[in-house]
Ligand binder design. Structure first.
Ligand code: NAD
Ligand code: UD1
Length: 335
């Protein structure tokens, strides 16, 4: 298949391109490099043994997208492009609504012009909001977000459902990711946020590397076994494989289907820190600090629907997630 991957130079997109290429698909990346390095397509090619086609374009640029659809008969689209920092979305909401919504609308319009009707979208567990009990199931209400980033995910899910209602041939899979961590085992691709990381694993890796002095654990007094929050961490390579299963499923299933991608179990902040030290031999000094606003005590997936519909389950262990994160973060050339 010819697969257009928007945001394909980013963290999850790049790992997905590797899996797509290794499975024999032709991959066309559209990425404006607003949050990725220019050498990522080359790194993808080194790992996969086949090169993606790369267009440095903004997905909001309709003419640029049309050029891609004219050059390649696109069978399906995986739509990763968007901004993803929760805190920044609260400070600059318009930037998030403009980029995330506009890019999706432009993409769908151009797909319509060229008769492309299959899309896999990067949604998030954040759509379950603060009111559902764990484990989160796809049939639970997902209609309240707690920040503008989360609202863009809810709005885009709705746009895709509306499009599926309007066109009986339209096929969308809305993948709700839990907490992707880890990196490619080659150490060539991974998550390398600019500035001080907000997310736990990149922060832990920088403490382990001695770049940051210590981790602050956000809250030690939650009603959880060790007092710290529980999350459903999954390896980014497992997540990437879920997209392959999703494009196959989408190709023959009209409608808009939401599917969780998670392991189905919760791991605490302290369990992750200890697993990191076991897997890498690196100490991670930490202090218990106050809770972070907006954090939920417990988040994990019911992973049954992904298994039933996609035949997908997460396979890699927490140790592998930690080891691969470290092998990427500790390579000087990646920074
Ligand atoms: P990322 O920032 O690494 O990748 C996004 C890519 O999109 C970047 O390469 C960026 O340059 C590109 N991009 C952004 N706006 C663009 C535009 N208008 N035109 C073209 N390219 C554009 O993020 P990621 O972690 O790989 O996440 C990918 C998707 O998955 C995002 O939609 C994100 O919201 C979603 N998601 C991520 C997580 C996570 O924990 N990383 C969790 C849930 C959902
Ligand atoms: C966050 C976002 C979520 C987004 C996801 C991926 C919030 C409230 N949620 O999820 O919408 O989809 O990132 O981008 O921002 N922690 C520490 N110390 C740190 C960093 C994190 O203790 O320095 C803890 C957090 O309290 C949390 C866990 O580690 O319990 C994971 O945090 P993080 O990686 O930021 O992910 P989420 O908060 O689950």
């Amino acid at each position: 298949m010819n697969v257009l991957v928007t945001g394909g130079a980013g963290y999850i997109g790049s790992h997905t391109c590797v899996e797509l290429l290794q499975a024999g698909h032709r991959v066309i990346i559209a990425d404006n490099l607003s949050n990725a390095s220019a050498d990522v397509p080359e790194r993808i090619a080194v790992i996969a043994g086949a090169a993606p086609v790369f267009y440095q374009v903004d997905v909001r640029d309709k003419d640029a997208l049309r050029e891609i659809f004219r050059a390649y008969a696109i069978d399906s689209v995986i739509h990763f492009a968007g901004f993803k920092a929760v805190g920044e979305s609260c400070r600059e909401p318009l930037k998030y609504y403009r980029n995330n919504i506009d890019s999706t609308l432009t993409l769908l319009e151009v797909m319509g012009e060229f008769g492309c009707k299959t899309i896999v979208f990067s949604s998030s567990a954040t759509v379950y909001g603060p009111n559902n009990p764990v484990p989160y199931r796809e049939d639970m209400p997902a209609n309240v977000a707690t920040n503008p980033y989360g609202w863009t995910k809810l709005m885009i899910e709705q746009i895709l459902r509306d499009q599926a209602s309007a066109d009986p041939e339209f096929r969308a899979v809305l993948l709700r990711y839990f907490n992707p961590i880890g990196a490619h085992p080659t150490g060539l691709l991974g998550d390398d946020p600019n500035g001080i990381p907000n997310n736990l694993m990149p922060y832990v890796a920088r403490v382990a590397a001695g770049i940051l002095p210590k981790l602050t654990v956000f809250g030690g007094d939650y009603d959880t076994p060790d007092g710290t929050c529980l999350r459903d961490y999954l390896h980014v390579v497992d997540l990437a494989k879920g997209h392959l299963a999703a494009i196959d499923y989408a190709a023959s299933h009209p409608g808009a289907e939401a599917i969780n991608l998670g392991t189905g179990s919760g791991v605490s902040v302290l369990e992750l820190v200890h697993a990191f030290t076991r897997a890498t031999g690196r100490e991670v000094p930490y202090v218990i600090g106050p809770r972070r606003d907006g954090d939920l005590p417990m988040v994990w997936a019911d992973a049954g629907k992904a298994k039933a519909l996609l035949g997908w389950t997460a396979e890699k262990t927490l140790e592998e997630m930690c080891r691969d994160s470290w092998s990427f973060a500790s390579k000087a050339g990646n920074r």
